[in-house]
Design a protein around this ligand. Structure first.
Ligand code: KG4
Ligand code: ZN
Length: 347
C-alpha cells in the first residue's frame, strides 16, 4: 500500500508555502514570497504579510497539486504551522487548513514551525538520527534543540537572548548598504573579504557568561560593535572595506554558532548535528561546521538551501511523520499561537 499523502501549509512569516509529500518523498514545494513588498521597510511588516498570504493561498495550493500531479481529494491528511510566528499570518494558514480538512473530511495536524525545520531534512537525507542536536538559525529564531523524537520529544537547550542570527545578518547588511534580506549579500561579499581583518566580539562566550548561558546566543553586542567600527571609519573620512567587515562579522557569527552546537552535542553525547533555518544556507556556516565536526567524529546534516528557508514541504514532512508514528490528529478548533513553545510539537 502507498504511504499516506500529506499536504502541508506554512504561513508563519512572509512565505506562503504549500508542500506535498508521500512518506519521505517530496512531490511538490510551492512557495510564494512577499519579501519584495517588505524590502523597502528593511523587515517584515506583519499586516502586509497577512494580506499577501490571503492572496497567495489558493493559487499556491493549486500550483502544488499540479506539480505533484494529484487532486486535493487524493490527500490523506493536512498539516499546518500553528506557531510560533506572526499571529495574523499564522491565522491565514490555519484557517485554510481547517477549511481543507473539513471540506475533504481528512485529519488535520497543527504542527510547530521549529520542529518542521528539523523534520524537513528527512526529505533529503532520510530518517533522522535519534537523538540528534538541531541548530536552528533564521531571521526569527536561533536555538539549540535536543531532538529524541521529532513528533514528541524536542528539548530546548538554549536560544538567543536578543537578536536572531538572521536578524543580525539583515541589520549588519543594512548598515553596509546591502539589500534586504541581507544574509545572502553578506555571504557573497564575505567571499572576497578577509575574515580576520577585524576581531569582532563572540557573544556569550566569556567564562562568566558560559556559567549561565552555555548554550545561549547573543548577537546584539556584535551588531553594535560592527556599527561602531563602521561609524569610526566614516568619521575619520576613510572608506569602509565592506567585504572585510562582512567576512569578519560572518566569521564571528559562525564561530559562535558552531562552537556552541559542538559543545552541546559533546555534552549530551550526541553524534549527529542538523542545521536548519534560513541562515543554514550560509556557505561559511556549512563549511566551518563540517570542518570542526569531522575532527570530533560528529556528523553534520544540512538540507539544501531551498529546504532551509521557510516552505510548506517542511510542514508536510512533519505531518507525514505524525501520521507514520500514529499520533492523534489535532482538534478542528486548534488555535494559532504566535509564541508557541518548541516543546509543543503537535496541537
Ligand atoms: O528561515 P527563513 O527563511 O525565515 C525565517 O523564519 O526567519 O530565514 C530568513 C533569514 C534572513 O534573515 C536571511 O538574511 C537569512 O535567513 N539568510 C542567510 C543566508 N540566506 C538567508 N543568512 C546568512 N547567509 C545566507 N546565505
Ligand atoms: Zn523558519
Amino acid at each position: 500500500m502507498n504511504e499516506p499523502l500529506v499536504l502541508g501549509i506554512e504561513t508563519s512569516c512572509d512565505e506562503t508555502g504549500v508542500g506535498i509529500v508521500r512518506g519521505h518523498t517530496l512531490l511538490a514545494d510551492a512557495v510564494a514570497s512577499s519579501v519584495d513588498e517588505h524590502a523597502r521597510f528593511g523587515g517584515v511588516v506583519p499586516e502586509v504579510a497577512s494580506r499577501a498570504h490571503l492572496e497567495a493561498m489558493v493559487p499556491t495550493i493549486e500550483r502544488a497539486c499540479e506539480t505533484a500531479g494529484i487532486r486535493l481529494h487524493d490527500v490523506d491528511a493536512i498539516a499546518v504551522t500553528n506557531g510560533p510566528g506572526l499571529a495574523g499570518a499564522l491565522l491565514v494558514g490555519v484557517a485554510a487548513a481547517k477549511a481543507l480538512a473539513l471540506g475533504l473530511g481528512k485529519p488535520i495536524y497543527g504542527v510547530n514551525h521549529l520542529a518542521s525545520h528539523v523534520a524537513v531534512d528527512q526529505l533529503e537525507h532520510g530518517a533522522l538520527p535519534e537523538p540528534c542536536l538541531a541548530l536552528l538559525v533564521s531571521g526569527g529564531h536561533s536555538s539549540l534543540l535536543r531532538v529524541d523524537d521529532v513528533t514528541t520529544g524536542v528539548e530546548p537547550l538554549g536560544s538567543t537572548i536578543d537578536d536572531a542570527a538572521g536578524e543580525a545578518f539583515d541589520k549588519v547588511a543594512r548598515l553596509l548598504g546591502l539589500p534586504f534580506p541581507g544574509g545572502p549579500y553578506i555571504d557573497r561579499a564575505a567571499a572576497s573579504g578577509n575574515s580576520i581583518a577585524i576581531d569582532f566580539p563572540r557573544g556569550l562566550s566569556a567564562r562568566k557568561d558560559l556559567e549561565r548561558h552555555r548554550f545561549d546566543f547573543s548577537f546584539s553586542g556584535l551588531k553594535t560593535a560592527v556599527a561602531r567600527w563602521v561609524e569610526a571609519r566614516e568619521r575619520s573620512g576613510e572608506s569602509v572595506p565592506v567585504n572585510d567587515v562582512a567576512a569578519s562579522f560572518q566569521e564571528a557569527v559562525c564561530d559562535v554558532l558552531v562552537r556552541k552546537a559542538l559543545d552541546a552535542a559533546g555534552h549530551h553525547g550526541i553524534e549527529d548535528i542538523l542545521i536548519g533555518g534560513g541562515v543554514a544556507a550560509n556557505s561559511r556556516l556549512r563549511a566551518l561546521a563540517e570542518e570542526r565536526a569531522a575532527g570530533l567524529g560528529i556528523r553534520v546534516r544540512v538540507p539544501r538551501p531551498g529546504l532551509c528557508t521557510d516552505n510548506g514541504a517542511m510542514v508536510a514532512a512533519l505531518g507525514s511523520e505524525m501520521v507514520a508514528r500514529g499520533r492523534t490528529p489535532s482538534p478542528l478548533d486548534l488555535p494559532a499561537d504566535s509564541s508557541l513553545p518548541v516543546t509543543s510539537v503537535l496541537a
